[in-house]
Design a protein around this ligand. Structure first.
Ligand SMILES: [Mn+2]
Length: 268
């Protein structure tokens, strides 16, 4: 599986793909949809076969976990693939942030995490949901420490905050307008919404982001939003950028899980 990804070794290291030298793929919020995660990797492999290049990077924009049913499988595969290729890069979303805080022992964070889709993540690690629903924050933390592999925690802890490549800046949620990139707060990179979404001023680069769901890709002069709500829409969107060209990839699967989860769309 994913032979192209694992074969091509270190070619992209120390090069800047969107600086005219190669290609950057960025993928929006996966949110527990292992089917779409695998589907997107296959689409990217096909794309690479159709338009070959050795210089490419695949950036997942964060929120791999929560809400959808198979977060544990996603982390396991992502970690496995990352060991054999340098082409993959992952950003921390607000959901990875909550997950790590909960695991680190923040009981209040654990309760909040559970209520905004962490419940499904813990179920993917084997938690019985009826049992989980009665647990206190303290009990959730204890359960997580017993059942979530250290390797998964170490892997997620190493996710990046921001990637700048050529004229583009890749982040989970956005940036705070008028603040230099090196002074951005992590809370803004992972959580910001309206102040960034409504801003029409040009930033130091075109911001490619997820986090805020739109039905279709949102292309503005200063930003490109690619979170098409995979966990309930069944559509996971990726963008490919190479020089002046850009094109989109969409992994789709209308599984019945879609409608059952739609009601949580507006929570963090
Ligand atoms: Mn998010």
């Amino acid at each position: 599986m994913f032979s192209l990804l694992s074969k091509k070794g270190k070619a992209s290291e120390s090069r800047s793909p969107t600086g005219g030298l190669g290609r950057t793929y960025a993928v929006g919020d996966v949110h527990g949809r292992f089917d779409l995660f695998v589907g997107m990797l296959r689409l990217i492999e096909d794309d690479l076969a159709n338009r070959p290049t050795d210089i490419f990077k695949i950036i997942f924009l964060g929120d791999l976990i929560d809400r959808g049913p198979q977060s544990a499988d996603i982390i396991e595969l992502a970690e496995t693939l990352s060991r054999s290729t340098s082409h993959l890069q992952f950003l921390k979303g607000n959901h990875e942030e909550m997950f790590l805080h909960a695991f680190a022992g923040d009981e209040q964070a654990a309760g909040f995490f559970y209520s905004v889709g962490g419940r499904e993540t813990l179920m993917s690690y084997g938690l019985d949901c009826a049992e989980g629903d009665t647990m206190s924050g303290e009990q959730l933390v204890a359960w997580m420490k017993l059942h979530i592999p250290d390797s998964h925690i170490r892997f997620i802890s190493r996710f990046d905050d921001m990637v700048q490549s050529g004229d583009f800046i890749f982040v989970h949620a956005g940036i705070k307008p008028h603040v230099p990139l090196h002074r951005q707060a992590l809370s803004d990179l992972r959580w910001i919404r309206n102040e960034f979404l409504n801003c029409e001023t040009l930033h130091p680069g075109v911001i490619v982001h997820g986090h805020s769901i739109t039905q279709e890709v949102e292309e503005r002069p200063n930003r490109i939003g690619i979170d098409t709500g995979a966990y309930f829409s069944g559509r996971l969107t990726g963008i490919a950028i190479e020089g002046e060209d850009r094109w989109y990839l969409t992994a789709t699967n209308d599984a019945p899980v879609a409608t059952a989860l739609a009601e949580t769309a507006d929570t963090p």
